[in-house]
Design a protein around this ligand. Sequence first.
Ligand SMILES: *[C@@H]1O[C@H](CO)[C@@H](O)[C@H](O)[C@H]1NC(C)=O
Ligand SMILES: *[C@@H]1O[C@H](CO)[C@@H](O)[C@H](O)[C@H]1NC(C)=O
Ligand SMILES: *[C@@H]1O[C@H](CO)[C@@H](O)[C@H](O)[C@H]1NC(C)=O
Ligand SMILES: *[C@@H]1O[C@H](CO)[C@@H](O)[C@H](O)[C@H]1NC(C)=O
Ligand SMILES: *[C@@H]1O[C@H](CO)[C@@H](O)[C@H](O)[C@H]1NC(C)=O
Ligand SMILES: *[C@@H]1O[C@H](CO)[C@@H](O)[C@H](O)[C@H]1NC(C)=O
Ligand SMILES: *[C@@H]1O[C@H](CO)[C@@H](O)[C@H](O)[C@H]1NC(C)=O
Ligand SMILES: *[C@@H]1O[C@H](CO)[C@@H](O)[C@H](O)[C@H]1NC(C)=O
Ligand SMILES: *[C@@H]1O[C@H](CO)[C@@H](O)[C@H](O)[C@H]1NC(C)=O
Length: 325
Amino acid sequence: MVGLHVFQTVSQPVVPAIFVFGDSTSGVGTNNYIPECGVKADMLFNGIDYPDAKPTGRFSNGYNTIDFIVQQLGYNESPPPFLSFVHEQQLQNLNESILNGTNFASGGSGLLDNTGRKILVIPMREQVEQFATVRSNISQILGGDAAAETLIQKSLFIFSVGSNDIFDFFSPPNVSHTQQELEDYMTFLMYNYQIHLKNLSNLGAKEIGIIGLSPIGCCPLLRTFNDTVGGGCMEGLNDLSSEFPGMNYSLGNTFDLTKSLLNGSLHLSPPSLQQACCGKGKLNAEDKCRQDSNLCPNRTKYLFWDQFHPTQIASKFAAGLLFTF
Ligand SMILES: *[C@@H]1O[C@H](CO)[C@@H](O)[C@H](O)[C@H]1NC(C)=O
Ligand SMILES: *[C@@H]1O[C@H](CO)[C@@H](O)[C@H](O)[C@H]1NC(C)=O
Ligand SMILES: *[C@@H]1O[C@H](CO)[C@@H](O)[C@H](O)[C@H]1NC(C)=O
Ligand SMILES: *[C@@H]1O[C@H](CO)[C@@H](O)[C@H](O)[C@H]1NC(C)=O
Ligand SMILES: *[C@@H]1O[C@H](CO)[C@@H](O)[C@H](O)[C@H]1NC(C)=O
Ligand SMILES: *[C@@H]1O[C@H](CO)[C@@H](O)[C@H](O)[C@H]1NC(C)=O
Ligand SMILES: *[C@@H]1O[C@H](CO)[C@@H](O)[C@H](O)[C@H]1NC(C)=O
Ligand SMILES: *[C@@H]1O[C@H](CO)[C@@H](O)[C@H](O)[C@H]1NC(C)=O
Ligand SMILES: *[C@@H]1O[C@H](CO)[C@@H](O)[C@H](O)[C@H]1NC(C)=O
């Protein structure tokens, strides 16, 4: 098993670059560059609170949790998507900026190749392969493998992935599972997580921070499936996310942290703890966020931005607490 470094404090470590892997919880627009991809947030109202009200592809009204984490480490925001370098061929800029890191995260993706396959996202296996390309680019720019290795050894690698593997496992027609099936699936996910981390460590990564899963059964869309009066979470998904393999190595206890947000530590009260800020229908969560969605009156009073994702203010709060939980 790869040696994992866990930051215990918010003091500023000297990290020359940040590389981000994962799904929509950490993405900054990878899917914008995949024409046929079915999961995109490159339209308003996404980004309405980002500088210049720009929809970047983040599933948020502004910044996401990773943005706030890297801000604590002295960066302005998460590094740009790897595919933006490939797509725009900005060779003049490439040298300089690729050395500060890249973001490989693809909304809808998971640990397993099959997760999100139908919607053409980039699975973790491929994200790690893309990093191998970046590594060779860095070698080229710095004039040798040794210099690249030094940079990579000191860089921070952040993972935020796994929710979609669990969502998919509970998707129709597979809505219920035996205890044995659940256990087997978790073992399989953990095995896959370890392979990805091992492959990454073979490429020189040493400092790896893992973001655990939140209680995903409490996101607005899943709540629409619980008919309890007053609204409840889907506990099956929560049970699985609390057991998630990433837990034991994570930067902080994301599960308990998010539970405490749901419990009111942000001083929000219903319905803004259960409803999406941007959407349509029941709990405003039956449709993705787009320009003709219903938008909540005050975005600083909502925990959830859309069907699945936290608002900027919840992300900021979570990133601040992540190091202390
Ligand atoms: C980028 O780095 C390579 C290798 O050091 C160098 O050959 C090339 O001229 C650089 N390009 C720019 C635009 O600086
Ligand atoms: C890379 O990071 C350094 C230090 O934070 C910063 O001064 C520089 O502007 C960054 N380069 C790019 C292209 O973002
Ligand atoms: C990990 O690396 C091995 C050996 O290079 C490769 O065969 C495999 O596809 C990579 N990724 C995964 C998820 O196994
Ligand atoms: C980055 O590396 C890949 C694989 O080695 C190569 O095909 C590509 O041309 C490189 N890009 C730049 C801008 O150097
Ligand atoms: C449904 O669940 C079974 C066993 O839990 C699993 O083997 C199968 O791959 C799942 N099918 C889909 C489409 O997720
Ligand atoms: C629905 O919510 C209620 C109240 O929180 C909870 O007791 C129940 O287990 C939930 N149902 C499912 C299917 O998770
Ligand atoms: C996490 O750690 C606990 C206590 O050390 C252990 O019982 C559990 O099996 C571990 N879980 C995973 C997924 O490694
Ligand atoms: C949330 O609140 C309930 C009821 O007050 C309490 O039992 C539970 O421990 C709290 N959970 C967290 C994670 O704070
Ligand atoms: C939105 O809510 C915040 C926090 O309660 C409050 O400070 C702010 O004035 C509100 N904004 C509007 C436009 O009502």
